[in-house]
Design a protein around this ligand. Structure first.
Ligand code: BG6
Length: 492
């Protein structure tokens, strides 16, 4: 049962957390700070150790100093000694090449040694915070070294995105991992599912009786989701230029959020029940034809992208994507879903707007009311997390005049929650064996199946120019047209 339902007041299972890619950005910015936050909230296992593995030569002492600095930086305030010191004392480091079998023999010895020294059970959580092309190699070596075989304790692997580059490569990677790992041992992480506001979508829909009856094609006019980023690609040119917005954001994060918005109520909050309903949404997405791609999918590149570091000077990679799709289910048939994401947009903002059908105007014909705006339920994922509902109210005065007002719920005002990295829940869940918030392989495949026709058509249209947009704008004019041709508009 997922922590959404039962937030256990107890620590996760005792284990050894092994991070491949321990000298990288993710480890210092997210993973270690998340471990510290878990210690603060009392969710870190009572007996625990961390082994960092990376190529850089370093000893335990240097690794500890480095991690202390980074966590301190992430926290922005002095670390509580009783929380940090026990973590620090159990931080270890191994260096070597990921494709060298000797590294894994050494790792096996280190793990055996730590178990004996600290009386730890042989539960291992491996985190692949490494370049995607290494996922299969590390998985295979772990299996060869006998480290994935669950004979006494549990063995789990957390894999970062992207899981494959398309359907075929995702399947090939899966085949490589499956040599040593069962599906129940593979945790394909999506950090969007660690965000409180994303998890809250299920609570909002299914713990409140008033929304579900109107959450369908009879009442909903359309759904739009925007994931806007102000930043460009920074130093990630080598990765990003191969990926692009569709692979980087749409196929995973946005589809995941969409499944939560659109899924049927699961029969329970058990991982398989939730994931069964999520995958059905993706299976129900109407196949996108070449013609659809040309008319209802927009790609664009921000001006200046081609001169970013490690980006090909002739690159056609999209830094912006917008698309319209339909979910062919009893609930959603005929309701357009508009998705839009991009880098170097005017602000950082992720939100989902569920726009309801307009009320009939007839009653107001003889009044000063010119038009009725539709009701909109806005789920703000970040920043300024919250939910608001826009509706009409009569303005005070002798005339019939309507104003647009909102009922607003703000997370930070209501729950005075501590800031988190978003990785806390996901690490805790992996340590307790809860796969609800992780992608199952059929979900990954379903996501690739939806975007493949788009990627295929773009590859064919390799002569037509990729529209450019000004940094700081809301993308190209084509993206506005995409929704305006249906008589609708983006919310900002
Ligand atoms: C990552 C993408 O998965 O998500 C990045 O690779 C993107 O390109 C990031 O910037 C956005 O995450 P967040 O949590 O800042 O919205």
């Amino acid at each position: 049962m997922h922590s959404l339902v039962v937030m256990p007041n107890q620590p996760a299972d005792s284990c050894i957390f092994v991070i491949f890619g321990a000298s990288g950005d993710l480890t210092r910015r997210k993973l270690l700070p998340a471990i510290y936050n878990l210690a603060e909230s009392g969710h870190l296992p009572a007996s625990f150790a961390i082994v960092g593995v990376a190529r850089d030569a370093m000893d335990d002492a240097a690794f500890r100093t480095l991690m202390r600095e980074r966590v301190l930086h992430a926290e922005g305030e002095p670390l509580e000694a009783d929380k940090w010191n026990p973590i620090e004392q159990r931080l270890h480091y191994l260096h070597g090449e990921f494709d060298d079998g000797a590294l894994y023999q050494q790792l096996a010895q280190t793990l055996a040694h730590l178990q004996a020294e600290h009386g730890l059970p042989p539960n291992y959580l491996f985190y692949f915070a490494i370049p995607p092309e290494m996922f299969g190699t590390v998985g295979r070596h772990l299996a060869d070294a006998g480290l994935t075989h669950e004979q006494d304790g549990w063995r789990r692997v957390i894999i970062e995105k992207p899981f494959g580059y398309d359907l075929a490569s995702a399947r090939a990677l899966q085949a490589e991992l499956a040599v040593g790992l069962q599906e129940s041992q593979i945790y394909r992480i999506d950090h969007y599912l660690g965000k409180e506001t994303v998890q809250n979508i299920l609570a909002f829909r299914f713990a409140n009786g008033i929304f579900e009856p109107i959450w369908n094609r009879r009442y909903v006019d359309h759904v739009q989701m925007t994931v806007a980023e102000e930043e460009g690609i920074g130093t990630r040119g080598a990765y990003y230029d191969r990926a692009g917005a569709l692979r980087d954001m749409v196929q995973n994060h946005m589809f995941q959020v969409l499944t939560l918005v659109a899924m049927e109520p699961p029969i329970s909050f058990k991982a398989e029940d939730v994931r069964d309903e999520k995958v059905k949404v993706l299976h129900a997405v109407a196949p996108i034809t070449e013609d659809d791609v040309r008319r209802h999918v927009v790609r664009a590149q921000y001006d200046g992208y081609r001169t970013e570091k490690k980006v090909a000077p002739e690159s056609r990679t999209e830094t912006f994507a917008a698309l319209r799709l339909f979910i062919d289910s009893w609930r959603w048939a005929g309701v357009p879903i508009y998705l839009r994401t991009g880098k170097r947009l005017p602000k950082r903002s992720t939100e989902i707007a569920v726009q309801f059908k307009r009320a009939p105007y007839a009653l107001f014909r003889q009044t000063m009311v010119r038009a009725l705006n539709p009701n909109v339920l806005l789920i703000r994922i970040q920043p300024d997390e919250g939910i608001s509902l826009a509706f009409h109210a009569k303005e005070p005065g002798p005339f019939e005049k309507l104003g647009n007002v909102t009922m607003d719920f703000s997370y930070s005002e209501y729950f005075k929650a501590e800031p988190s990295t978003g990785y806390e829940t996901l690490l805790f869940d992996a340590m307790t064996g809860d796969q609800t918030l992780f992608h199952r392989m059929d979900i990954v495949e379903a996501g690739w199946r939806i975007v493949e026709p788009i990627l295929g058509t773009w590859a064919k249209d390799s002569r037509s120019p990729v529209p450019q947009y000004d940094p700081g704008s809301w993308g190209p004019a084509e993206a506005d047209l995409l929704i305006e041709q249906d008589g609708r508009a983006w919310r900002s």
